[in-house]
Design a binder for this molecule. Sequence first.
Ligand code: ATP
Ligand code: MG
Length: 417
Amino acid sequence: MEMIQRPKGTRDLLPYESYKWQFVERKLAKVLEDYGFKEIRLPVFEYTELFQRGVGETTDVVQKEMYTFDDKGGRSITLRPEGTAGTVRAYLENGMSSKPSPSKVYYNMGMYRYENVQKGRLREFHQIGVELLGSQSYLADVDTILVGKSIFDTLNIPNISLNINSIGCQKCRGEYQKILKEFIGKNLDKYCDTCKTRFDKNPLRILDCKEKRCKELNVGAPMMIDYLCEECKTHFENVKSALTAVKVDYTIDSSIVRGLDYYTKTVFEFVDEKTGLTVLGGGRYDGLVEEIGGPHTPAVGFAMGVERLMEMFEETNNTEVQEKVPDLYIVSCGNKENIKAIEIAESLRNQGVYVEKDIMERSFNAQLKYADKINSKNLLVIGENELSTNKAKIKNMATGEEQETELLASSIVKLIK
Ligand code: ATP
Ligand code: MG
């Protein structure tokens, strides 16, 4: 029979790789929790309309990338392509807004986008993200950026740079859009088809196009930061001064546009300097909660691609994290010995010791070989002799040193911890 392969753009995380992900996930959960973010878990699928409204009709995600289908009841369903819309839906639906502000949540979830598969671009990928709802202050933007920075610092990932921008608010963006349209309009026929469709609805997104010719045409475009209203300007100045004051380096990059009507003010990205890929992208979205049907609620957040993060992590930290090896391997042959091995193994495992033992009914020698192969730290042999005297030896596999012990979990545990 022909083998069935995994769908294009998905990957398997194998048992001898997952420990690296677990290491990173644990570290990051700790960082996020130290900043006061609590985990939220959301459905893999939502009604399509949530993303149409919450991500926006003019984005790549909604225009080209969603996994959308009708369920058996005829409802249009979409696999979540990102986490913010679902978070805001859950925030409103569960009355989280009636709790003291701000609400601070993080998520670590699989995301689904029908993308052109290439390096750093999968169809199923994972994002760790944070959303901070209820604060309009620049201090919330600063904290959000600092959590992002902390993530890379905690994992000792170098060669990462922070780029920031402000995309203003609905008030000041109007005038800017006019000026930007004048600039783009001169060459509109030379832009790609997607850009053309965005010209009327959302010209800012044209600045975000990844087509080479569009990028070239965009050189010298007027910049939003030159057209900010007083409020947005002050907000951005405050963010910049705070970052400078706490010694966080950043570059202003006017090509960062989240480009949706409800994204406002600060936007930022952490970029892998080697590949040029954005690992983490975020910003303020003061208009989104209203768009999803809630009361006006200012908010800021980010999402980070975990696969891209892991790639950077593995490049720089490949020796720091080790796969867990057994604290003890128990060798036993014969029924009585095997039962003793079970008893001791169970008792040690209940005390938090990682114990491996034979479950293949291998020969004595084969078990010794296996214990060596799986790099067990210690070895305990239970033979006829050990059973009758109730004494045994623990061998440290690294040093070869042997220690006498009673054949009792309480004695053994002291020698291997
Ligand atoms: P891009 O401009 O690269 O397409 P995006 O704007 O679609 O990125 P976001 O929606 O802001 O990206 O997602 C945040 C992060 O999630 C990205 O910076 C990246 O690290 C990760 N990410 C996004 N799409 C993918 C994907 N298809 N495969 C792997 N990681 C992804
Ligand atoms: Mg994309």
